[in-house]
Design a protein around this ligand. Structure first.
Ligand code: SAM
Length: 240
């Protein structure tokens, strides 16, 4: 049977001893009913899988002993997806697929044409955790709270390359982007798309404006396709 996977922060690791608490403890002991002596994989967002054995289960935490450590995912670049907030929980699908693909950070935003402005960060974080466990991720994608378009633009200088998918772009394809550095950001609009003025401001702030082809993709399709194309260009879809 596939070993179960849990995510902790590095402060929960003390040498060969790991403490699992909170929701992950409840999932381990109440949902999965793992017992003392059971094996599990523990990840702490450092590209390592720690193969452990449960050696103590208390009321609200468990301690595990590390038996071996494997470095399995040497990331060469990190990808942040800035995705327009979507209606009818379509962002749930985007979160799930972005985690499976290996997106590191997901930041929902609201722009002029965004119809839905509500976003449940806690729910999205739970979906991200569930998806990471299911796909055997070694890094746990971070979900941030919603930000405005202006605030998003202000963050562009934090990235070495920003790619902005604009539905009216006719020239530059994503594969033509010369990705610089290892902190990449990708921006995809909500159902209502972007105003020309938003596109121009993003470009002025250093974003590379790209097309995703002749057809107008649904926002959730564009999110997923753009993430896959970008991660592939960064070599993040290679196996090793
Ligand atoms: N309201 C827009 C329209 O009808 O033209 C459609 C917006 S589309 C549903 C949502 C987002 O997906 C866009 O803002 C863009 O970021 C991305 N997108 C969809 N199709 C695209 C394409 N062919 N090229 C570039 N971006 C695209």
């Amino acid at each position: 049977m596939e070993l179960r996977r849990f995510f902790v922060s590095d402060s929960d690791i003390d040498g060969d001893s790991i403490t699992v608490r909170g929701d992950e403890f409840r999932h381990m002991t109440k949902v999965l009913r793992l017992k003392k002596g059971f094996k599990a994989i523990v990840c702490a967002n450092d590209g390592k899988e720690r193969h452990c054995v449960i050696n103590k289960i208390e009321n609200d935490f468990a301690t595990l002993t590390v038996e071996r450590v494997e470095t399995v995912d040497r990331k060469s670049a990190s990808l942040t997806l800035f995705c327009g907030v979507l209606k009818n929980q379509n962002l749930d699908l985007v979160v799930r697929k972005a985690v499976e693909l290996g997106v590191d950070v997901i930041v929902p935003f609201v722009s002029a044409n965004t119809a839905e402005t509500r976003f449940n960060e806690e729910r999205a974080s739970r979906i991200a955790l569930e998806s990471a466990k299911q796909c055997g991720a070694v890094y746990l994608s971070k979900i941030e709270q919603v930000c405005g378009f202006d605030e998003m633009l202000e963050r562009f200088p934090d990235y070495s390359t920003v790619v902005f998918a604009y539905e009216e772009e006719r020239k530059t394809a994503l594969k033509q982007v010369d990705f610089q550095g290892d902190r990449i950001a990708l921006v995809v609009g909500s159902e209502g798309g972007f105003k020309r003025e938003e596109r121009d401001r993003a470009e002025a702030q250093g974003a590379k404006i790209v097309t995703l082809g002749r057809r107008i993709l649904r926002a959730e399709t564009a999110d997923i396709v753009a993430c896959a194309l970008t991660l592939d260009a960064l070599g993040e879809l290679d196996y090793d």
